[in-house]
Each structure stands twice: as C-alpha cells, then as structure tokens.
Design a protein around this ligand. Structure first.
Ligand code: 4NP
Length: 164
C-alpha cells in the first residue's frame, strides 16, 4: 500500500484505446477526489504514432460524452515497469508484447489485462482494436472502457492505495 499510485494503460498505437481509458479513468478519479493520489498515463507498444494526439474518431466519440482527450502518444519502455505500480494492457496481444520486454522478476500483479476488471466481460478480455473499423467500433470500445473503470478503481483502492 502507498500514498500515491502510478498507473499506465497500454495499447498498440496509443491513439485509440489507451488514451480513452486514460481520459475516462482520469475523469472518474477526479470526480472521486483522488486526483492527487492516482497518477494516470498511457502508452503504446509501437512507436508508430509517437507525439500524435488521439485518433480523431476516438476524440469525437469521447467529446460527444463530454470527455476531452488531449494526451500525446508515447512508446512504452522497459524501464517504465519500475515507474508504474500497475500496467493495464488493453488486449492479449498488447499483453504479450509487454511480457516480451518485461523484466524477469516482474511481480505478477503489476501487469494485467484491463478487461479483467470488466463486470460484463463474459470471458472476453480484449478491448477490440477499432482503428480499421467504423464508428460502431469506437462506440463499443467507449462502452466497455466506461463500465470497466469503476471496478478498476475499486481494485486500486482496496489493493494499492493507502486509505489513511
Ligand atoms: P490503438 O489502435 O492501439 O487502440 O491506439 C491502433 C492505432 C493505430 C494502429 C493500430 C491500432 N495502426 O496500425 O497504426
């Protein structure tokens, strides 16, 4: 348990799924007045979009619900595993890319699938990549991420954050 917790959401490009998770989780944490205790960022396993704003379609979907996405894409680095208390992979491919660069002695609860916290996962633990699809895919990603954030926050409060 510690006074502050630093977490990162990770997808492939860091322009669709993980920036949305960052924006939605930041909004929830702010509403719960925990912004000074939970530090949130996101990254991609690839360097393809480094420096870019989130994809216009993802920003538009979030904006239509009152959420602004303003992060800039960065690539996840091996050394980031020591900086973060919790790294959340958006799908199983992102997870295996992260496992490839993770230190051998990484505590097993430091790297998890984001949807392992989804109360409606029904065994599917992937947030599907919406990049090559249509608007419906972005909306589906939004719904999945939105409903998963509260149970992720409950987990962090119960397991990582000092409540005093
Ligand atoms: P993300 O989506 O991993 O959710 O950011 C993607 C963004 C870009 C690409 C693939 C997925 N791409 O091929 O450039």
């Amino acid at each position: 348990m510690s006074e502050t917790v630093e977490i990162s959401f990770v997808c492939l490009g860091n322009i669709c799924r993980s920036p949305l998770a960052q924006g939605l989780f930041q909004d929830l944490v702010k509403r719960e007045k925990l912004g000074h205790k939970i530090i949130i960022s996101s990254a991609g396993t690839s360097a393809w979009h480094v420096g870019d704003l989130p994809d216009q379609r993802m920003r538009q979907t979030a904006q239509s619900k009152g959420i602004q996405l303003r992060s800039r894409a960065r690539q996840f680095q091996r050394k980031d595993f020591s900086r973060f208390d919790l790294v959340l992979a958006m799908d199983e491919s992102n997870l295996s890319n992260l496992e490839e660069i993770a230190p051998k002695n990484l505590p097993e609860d430091k790297l998890m699938l984001f949807r392992s916290f989804d109360p409606e996962s029904n065994g599917d633990l992937n947030v599907p990549d919406p990049y090559y699809g249509g608007a419906k895919g972005f909306e589906a990603v939004y719904q999945m991420v939105e409903r998963t954030c509260p149970s992720l926050l409950d987990y962090i409060k119960a397991n990582l954050l000092d409540s005093s």
